[in-house]
Design a protein around this ligand. Structure first.
Ligand code: PMT
Length: 408
């Protein structure tokens, strides 16, 4: 069976991207590019503030259309009046939506082109907020958001993580890939469905580092992107998510509680401590072997050869699957360079899993580090293939399958 991932999920959609005046405006360039890659026709309108951060020329080049900035531009109005533009759009996407812009939208202002377009349209509106974390947490912003939500405006993000001004907290614009994934069909619906509400999901992600001495370790190429995307997707569907993360530099997805670990032994301890849960998803690339001992001082260069004494690490996934407590679904990942199905099914059986998600690694695109991946899910009497797509999107498609298997 083949998954239903179309390469251009926004094909034929006319999207008007309204760019607000925040530092995250630079990410909207990427957003426009990705929306077009997904098949959408895109026009861009910018606030005065947005033009302080990014030029109209950049958006013009990426969207393939002249960029609108003012209500009072007679040449632009002659080509396509702003009411016509508001009517042209199948959806308006405001990204980044600053605190000021959210406030003006909530109160129905029409004091510049962007707010006028939003007021004049009958198309659905999506906002992707981005701002300082204190502004995001201010009751005024929360109240404005509540008004917009009540009015049916779709809100994507923001994410938790490092902010431009050197602080950290909720306020980062969602990644362009996540915004596109949410806009792409079923994902808005799955986000709204919250079909994992009331469930506890434990996800492992990233590599483990096994220390040899105070300066060296054995690690692997896992970036954590796949596991973080899975955790984010489960949280969007309403699950209580614990993400046990190896050493990676990724922001914590919204609504996810994160435990940082370094070694396989620490990961095992954190995963077992996070149980009981309804679902366990092992996306981490856990070291299979670790040094018998991490020596306290730096290993000196002495002979021609250095032999390492490595011992097997505990298999966390197999241990979780063997738990007697009521886990409803245990899902493993398998990173393989050859005979993918054979080895993946072998792990499915040997570790007594409900499902295993295989990906081919060691190739140019996909697997470790890359933003893209291609996956095949195997379970006892079935399989499903997911064609190459951004990990964020694959994670949503995997969660669809996980929900399906839960209800099977
Ligand atoms: O992090 P990214 O850069 O986004 O890359 C994603 C990924 C390639 C790491 C991910 O998609 C993936 O395949 N993760 C599993 C990688 C792996 O270690 O595969 P494995 O075949 O060696 O292990 C099989 C399963 O057993 C995995 O679920 C693993 O988490 C688990 N395991 C392995 C060893 C061990 N000691 N304990 C475990 O729990």
């Amino acid at each position: 069976m083949t998954g239903s991932l179309e390469p251009r999920p926004l094909h034929g959609q006319r999207l008007l991207v309204c760019v607000g005046g925040g530092i995250a405006a630079y990410k909207s360039l990427e957003l426009v590019r990705r929306l077009r890659d997904a098949g959408a026709e895109v026009q861009v309108a910018m606030t005065d503030g947005a033009q302080q951060f990014v030029t109209t020329l950049s958006f013009q080049a990426l969207s393939g259309h002249p960029v609108r900035t003012s209500l009072w531009d007679s040449a632009a109005e002659a080509a396509m009046g702003h009411i016509e533009l508001a009517r042209w759009a199948d959806r308006i996407v405001v990204a980044p939506a600053t605190a000021d812009l959210l406030a003006r939208l909530a109160h129905g202002f029409a004091n510049d082109l962007v707010t006028t377009l939003c007021l004049a349209t009958t198309a659905p509106i999506t906002v992707a907020p981005a701002m300082n974390h204190r502004m995001w947490q201010h009751p005024a912003t929360a109240a404005n958001l509540a008004v917009l939500r009540e009015r049916g405006v779709q809100i994507i993000g923001p994410e938790d993580g490092p902010l431009a001004e050197g602080e950290s907290g909720p306020g980062r614009l969602s990644e362009p890939g996540d915004i596109v994934a949410t806009l792409a069909g079923g994902h808005a619906a799955t986000a709204a469905a919250r079909d994992l509400a009331g469930m506890r999901v434990v996800v492992s992600a990233g590599p483990t580092y096994e220390d040899l001495d105070p300066v060296r370790y054995l690690g692997n190429r896992s970036s954590g992107k796949m596991g973080f995307a899975v955790a984010a997707s489960a949280a969007r569907r309403g699950a209580e998510v614990v993400l046990v993360a190896g050493p990676v530099h990724l922001p914590t997805p919204a609504g996810v509680s994160r435990v940082d670990v370094r070694s396989a032994a620490q990961m095992r301890e954190a995963v077992l401590a996070a149980l009981p849960a309804d679902i366990y998803i092992g996306a981490a690339a856990v070291a299979d072997y670790a040094p018998r001992v991490a020596v306290p001082n730096k290993i000196k260069k002495t002979g021609e050869k250095l032999e390492l004494d490595l011992v097997r690490t505990p298999d966390i996934l197999a241990e979780v699957a063997a738990q007697t407590q009521a886990l409803k679904l245990v899902v493993g990942f398998a990173a393989e360079t050859e005979n993918v199905e054979h080895y993946a099914r072998g792990k499915l059986k040997a570790k007594r899993l409900d499902m295993i998600i295989a990906n081919r690694v060691g190739i140019a695109e996909g697997g470790f580090e890359s933003d893209q991946n291609a996956l095949t899910a195997y379970w006892k009497d079935g399989e499903r293939e997911f064609a190459s797509a951004p990990k964020t999107r694959l994670a949503d498609a995997l969660m669809d399958l996980i929900v399906e298997r839960l209800n099977a």
